[in-house]
Design a protein around this ligand. Structure first.
Ligand code: N01
Length: 494
């Protein structure tokens, strides 16, 4: 007699192949987790010649992460050696390189290989690569990241500028900045860090501000050698610290931003206001730096040096709008030419790209561009109707508060793994969210977004083309619970 267990085991798939797109934080995570699950038949393709994703691409002056380092690392690979509470970018890049090597993922990465096309044909994904070769997989894991296509501003005359110009995510290391007149366009997290870091080095720095930003004061003490030795000796101390930061982030921030009238958010606003009032002496400058929207509406910026930097004698805050860019610099609407040697475009990213420009074709020839005609969507930020066995990490509408994207990706992976298990155990071959569930999910998501702080009256990269926040609009607890318990009734399972 055959038991149910035997039947499942007999039909279990041991031959599944996985295609991972991208060797950034999420791609490395996926490879490690597949190995851990004994699913070793995978390829990981990376278009660049190094791993690291956003940490490889962003090399701008002053780069650091605004999530504390002991949370901004994999839960299974703590790092007792972080130099600071918020560690600098190059250290984070080195961390990913080290983890990829230790977990034997790096040797599996096919560098300089861009996936140009994925098509779902007869139950499998056919993959075309930039070197002309191809691959076939049962699953595609899209770990392409969100902020990876620079947004170049559409400002008249940009091409006519004769000085050195580059986007913050394409840092020109050959550009001489010391003793130069440097302009920075933008006031996002990137620009704020750049200004704080360059002010001492350059002759003059001009920050072109279109919109003022609220800034949370953030001390960034280094860890002493004694502390690091203790972290090495007692991993439980690091674990406790991580748990504490996670709790603080979840309760004090992630849960607060989804309720525009929460007391926590009021507290954050008051902190930002006090920071501005206490830090900026000149009343005129202070008012120019005062945003006309509530703290948290745009992604909050944390800094311990920006207000100090912008008050230096060699720093200018330019709030007149930009009229055009000319050979010699930036002309503002008041007619003034701000002469510059170097112009840095800290103007953010095209946030609706995800896997694109790759061509992705799902069931019955449906192109992803067509499915996303009205904007990128994905159920739980992971799955799209008619794109079976294709799962995204940090996909559309995915960011959860200012939370660590690593923690988010780990929980998303746990969700994806449960879907993969369905196929591995032989209970089905294909899964993707059903069109009905996708529609219902998006209606609920958009409705819930109305009471979040992101929709309280400002413009930001969180908003989609219709002004709806393209983020997780619910609490951290709901995210954790939803990721742990897929609702299979919402899936088209074949
Ligand atoms: O980009 P942004 P970012 N003329 O989109 C301005 C993460 N990150 O690279 O506000 C003039 O936030 C635009 O003006 P406005 C983090 O998630 C994290 O700084 O639209 N200005 C805005 O000021 C962050 O949120 C860290 O009026 C123009 C700026 O450019 C995300 O990356 C560090 C303009 C763009 O700001 C993106 O941050 C860095 C124009 N034509 C980044 N076009 C940390 O972890 C755009 N702007 C610390």
């Amino acid at each position: 007699m055959t038991t149910a267990t035997q039947t499942a085991t007999d039909s279990a798939r041991t031959d599944l192949r996985f295609i991972i797109i991208g060797a950034g934080m999420s791609g490395i995570l996926s490879a490690i987790k597949l190995q851990e699950a004994g699913l070793d038949n995978y390829a990981i393709y990376e278009k660049a010649d190094r791993l690291g994703g956003t940490w490889r691409e962003n090399e701008y002056a002053g780069l650091s992460c605004d999530v504390p380092s002991h949370l901004y690392c994999y839960s299974f690979a703590p790092n007792p050696d972080w130099s600071h509470r918020f560690s600098p970018g190059p250290e984070i890049q080195a961390y990913f390189e080290d983890v990829a090597q230790r977990f034997e993922v790096e040797k599996r990465i096919q560098f300089n290989t861009e996936i140009t096309r994925c098509e779902f044909v007869d139950g499998r994904w056919q993959i075309e690569l930039s070197d002309g070769s191809s691959d076939v997989g049962d699953f595609v894991i899209a770990a392409t990241g969100v902020l990876h296509v620079p947004n170049y501003p559409d400002i008249e005359g940009l091409d006519s500028y004769k000085g050195t110009v580059f986007h913050s995510a394409r840092w020109n290391h050959d550009a001489k900045l010391a003793g130069k007149r440097v302009g920075v366009i933008g006031t996002g997290s990137t620009a704020i860090q750049i200004v704080g870091s360059l002010v001492d080095e350059v002759e003059e720095i001009s920050l072109f501000q279109r919109t003022a930003q609220w800034i949370v004061p953030q001390e960034n003490p280094p860890y002493s050698e004694e502390e690091k030795a203790e972290f090495r000796k007692k991993p439980e101390v690091v674990e406790q610290m991580r748990a504490l930061i996670l709790k603080e982030f979840a309760e004090g921030f992630a849960n607060a931003v989804v309720d525009a009238y929460s007391p926590e958010l009021k507290g954050i606003h008051d902190t930002c206001e006090a920071n501005l009032n206490d830090s900026v002496k000149d009343p005129e400058l202070r008012e120019k730096l005062r945003p006309n929207y509530r703290a948290g509406c745009k992604r909050l910026i944390m800094s311990d040096n920006f207000y100090d930097a912008i008050q230096r004698p060699n720093a200018n805050l330019v709030t007149e709008g930009i009229e055009r860019i000319e050979e010699g610099g930036v002309r503002t609407k008041d007619g003034k030419l701000h002469e510059l040697d170097v112009l840095i475009l800290a103007t953010g990213f095209q946030v609706d790209r995800f896997m694109r420009p790759m061509e992705v074709i799902g069931r019955n020839g449906l192109a992803l561009d067509e499915a996303w005609q009205k904007g990128p969507c994905a159920y739980m930020a992971i799955t799209v109707p008619e794109f079976p066995n294709l799962f995204m990490l940090n996909g559309p509408n995915g960011p959860v508060g200012n939370f660590s994207l690593i923690e988010v990706a780990e929980l998303q992976w746990a969700y994806i793994m449960q879907l993969i298990e369905k196929v591995r155990s032989g209970s089905c071959n294909e899964l993707s969210v059903s069109s009905e569930a996708m529609e219902a999910y998006d209606i609920e998501r958009k409705e819930s977004a109305k009471t979040t702080i992101w929709q309280s009256g400002c413009n930001s990269w969180y908003l989609d083309a219709d002004g709806v926040p393209a983020v997780w609009p619910w609490t951290w607890d709901r995210f954790r619970d939803d990721m742990a318990n897929p609702r299979y009734a919402d899936f088209d399972i074949r």
